[in-house]
Design a protein around this ligand. Structure first.
Ligand code: TXA
Ligand code: MG
Length: 338
């Protein structure tokens, strides 16, 4: 058991101490622009095993490997297509993970037993600084307990990981708030495995077809195989029951009125607030704002003792597709169309 310390991203000594811990095969919570990560030396079986233990993560769910620069990619993966370099030029560093055939140096525990590995170069300065100080790539899943909403602040990480890890670097609130876009290459095109801040529309600009994996909008049961193992598992789930309700504000209001009671709240757009007569929280108007707020709200509702949350279905365009995907998952794909 550890006494978990919160360190500062602004303090050089704290960053050097973090690098030292990481090189001793310890796990540290670090900020990125998407969500906080639970980082360990990606090349060390012993260190990576500690990530799986701290999260309670299924062993077949692979970790993303974080680099300080995409030019290091060829040390860890084979057969990098020109398209990958074109995409990396535009979006690395940034909220994008590119899945490629792994080299042997990446241990099987890191890739969840797969022959591929996802590479990401975070935009967050502190994350890249820590990777550079370590001189090794860092495996980092989101720093939540498996199944819970991803953490977007150091406090969220502390609430899930206290006594399980020695340190968390506080780099403030994550600017994006949802995990990176995950892609792989297939049949001369791109397969989108997880939508994020790098959008479907952004990827379509490279002049090749972009396939949306069906796991983005439909449930994959744990018995089925999935191109991205994370799709099979329950995710982003608060204790409260979450239901996505699609329809205009009037229909939404009538539906919630019929189902209202103790512990029932709605999550609506800011612009709906004045016209909505029932208990509610708001999550912005734009997709970007919704992305930033969603996970924090999903954690807050449990603290408030809410038992049922009805959510106004967001836009599915641009970053909205990522917001919609995370909501569907937290709702166990329960959508009411009215
Ligand atoms: O923004 C992010 O990506 C954050 C920050 C910390 O970088 N990390 C993150 O990692 O969200 P994690 O482990 O919570 O989610 C990674 C997702 C999982 O759904 C996993 O199944 C998928 O990416 N994934 C990782 N490697 C893969 C691979 N080789 N093939 C297919 N899917 C992969
Ligand atoms: Mg995660």
């Amino acid at each position: 058991m550890y006494e978990t310390r919160i360190l500062s991203s602004e303090n050089k000594i704290d960053l050097e101490y973090t690098a030292k811990l990481l090189l001793q095969d310890e796990v540290v919570g670090i900020p990125t622009e998407t969500v906080y990560g639970l980082a360990a030396n990606a090349l060390s079986t012993k260190a990576v095993a500690k990530i799986f233990a701290a999260k309670g993560r299924p062993a077949d769910n692979p970790l993303i490997v974080h680099l300080s620069d995409f030019s290091d990619a060829e040390k860890y993966v084979n057969d990098i297509p020109d398209l990958a370099y074109d995409i990396a030029e535009k979006f690395c560093p940034g909220p994008l993970t590119i899945v490629l055939p792994k080299k042997e140096i990446i241990p099987s525990i890191t890739s969840g037993g797969l022959s591929t590995v996802g590479l990401r170069v975070p935009l967050h300065k502190t994350a890249r600084e820590i990777i550079s100080l370590c001189g090794v790539p860092l495996a980092a899943p989101s720093a939540n307990l498996s199944g819970s909403p991803s953490p977007t602040s150091a406090t969220h990480v502390f609430n899930d990981m206290t006594e399980k890890i020695p340190a968390i670097i506080d780099g403030g609130k994550c600017s994006i708030g949802l995990e990176s876009t995950v892609i792989m290459f297939e049949n001369g095109g791109i397969r989108l495995l997880r939508p994020g801040y790098v959008t479907l529309e952004n990827l379509q600009q490279f002049g090749v077809p972009v396939f949306l994996d069906k796991g983005i909008t439909a449930e994959i049961s744990s018995g089925q195989s999935a191109p991205s193992p994370g799709m099979k598992y329950k995710h982003y789930s608060p204790k409260a029951n979450v239901t996505v309700v699609a329809g205009d504000l009037e229909k939404f209001t009538n539906y919630v009125k019929q189902n209202d009671g103790e512990g029932v709240y709605s999550l609506i757009f800011d612009e709906d607030k004045n016209a909505f007569p029932l208990k509610c929280l708001t999550y912005g108007n734009s997709s970007e704002k919704q992305a930033e707020e969603l996970f924090s709200i999903l954690r807050e509702i449990d603290e408030m003792g809410i038992t049922q949350l009805y959510v106004r279905s967001p836009s599915k365009d641009g970053v909205g597709l990522a917001v919609y995907n995370r909501l569907l998952r937290s709702a166990g794909f329960e959508v009411i169309e009215i």
